[in-house]
Design a protein around this ligand. Structure first.
Ligand SMILES: *Cc1c(COP(=O)(O)O)cnc(C)c1O
Length: 358
């Protein structure tokens, strides 16, 4: 075309996980029900019933007027949950909205981003759009925090913890040291932290350069709603507020996300179910001969020893089962499998058994 900035002309769009059948009218439900969708790390269980109640309770006046620009109701609920004041929270249109804000706020041609790799494939896409240099520091085989990450001099360092697509977890103390050593901002992407045994929220109290990213998409079953939030010191939040869209979260989303985060009982029950299934899937994949590391997220990365990963992927698709295959170095011998319901996982495991026995 030639109309766009050069970096945009050269950029490749983010590749979203394949959506085999998109949501649609309810008479299509039986057809959709046949698909086992374990490819985009959605929660297999529905959101809290309180969410649907909140949406049903939306008043038309709330739609006529602009929403609360900072989502005060959600801020209060998230602050209470995380043991901070509301001024330490910023609402976002999905965690991805916060990622875009930090690239806009901290990076440009002379201000690079750094992150360990392999990790979330959206980071390089946002870097391209912002036209900033990327320093990727390779993880070792065990996905330990690379020592060199502290010395890149980047304006923005991102660590995804638990990491996608490995599901591995870096200890909070190690990230505290990293926060202390990096020259710029450290964003800790905690999109999957609801399934982990610890989190880094305590670091925002000790370090003015730390931003925590949270998402309502995974643990709270609200990927379609688009809601996430940042936790950081109030000065940092104030800076990010300058970068955000003026009304970045809508009135319906604020009401629904607030209802979800307040229903901790429902949330915890769901998370425990996913964690138990994650353990079972890990064990059973191991018994089938896959190399699977312990995962602290709602997915596992399964190394395929006896059969090419791409072949297994294709054969699963033939059976209407969708997982994620990354056709790139270090990952092209593995499959990333989202933890589903017990029934979905049974279908997956039975299909794999059949595929591998041929
Ligand atoms: C899902 C995810 C996010 C945020 O997703 P949203 O749906 O935009 O909240 C951020 N980082 C990683 C690694 C994720 O997997």
């Amino acid at each position: 075309m030639g109309y766009f900035r050069e970096n945009i002309e050269r950029a490749k769009p983010y590749e979203a996980g394949f959506q085999p059948v998109s949501a649609g009218p309810s008479h299509d439900r039986p057809r959709r029900a046949g698909v086992v969708k374990l490819n985009t790390n959605e929660n297999p269980y529905p959101p809290s019933p309180k969410v649907m109640e909140a949406i049903a309770g939306i008043d038309c006046e709330q739609l006529r007027r602009y929403p609360d620009p900072v989502g005060s109701a959600f801020r209060r609920a998230a602050a209470e949950l995380n043991g901070v004041e509301p001024g330490w929270i910023m609402c976002c249109n999905g965690g991805d909205d916060l990622l875009r804000m930090v690239f806009t706020g901290f990076c440009d041609r002379r201000r690079p981003v750094a992150y360990p790799a392999p990790t979330y494939s959206l980071y390089p896409v946002l870097a391209k759009v912002q036209n900033c240099k990327v320093t990727e520091v390779a993880f070792d085989e065990e996905f330990n925090l690379p020592a060199k990450l502290a010395q890149t001099g980047a304006a923005l360092t991102i660590v995804c913890n638990p990491n996608a697509p490995s599901g591995t977890f870096i200890a909070v103390e190690e990230l505290a040291s990293l926060a202390d050593e990096v020259s710029g901002v450290l964003l800790i992407d905690e999109a999957y932290v609801d399934f982990a045994q610890a989190n880094c929220v305590g670091l925002v109290k000790d370090f003015d350069n730390v931003i925590i990213l949270r998402s309502m998409s995974k643990g709270y079953s609200l990927a379609g709603l688009r809601f996430g939030y940042a936790i950081a010191r109030p000065e940092m939040i104030a800076g990010l507020m300058k970068v955000k869209d003026s009304y970045n979260v809508d009135a319906i989303a604020i009401a629904a996300a607030t209802a979800a985060i307040k229903d901790q009982k429902y949330f915890k029950e769901n998370v425990e179910k996913v964690k138990a299934e994650c353990k079972r899937v890990t064990t059973e994949l191991g018994e089938l001969g896959f190399g699977v590391r312990v995962s602290f997220a709602n997915f596992v990365l399964a190394g395929c020893m006896n059969c090419p990963a791409s072949e297994i992927y294709d054969k699963l698709v033939e059976r209407n089962i969708y997982v994620r295959f990354f056709n790139k170095g270090g990952l092209d011998d593995k499959l990333r499998i989202t933890v589903g319901t017990g029934e979905q996982n049974d279908k997956l495991l039975a299909a794999l058994k059949e595929i591998l026995s041929k």
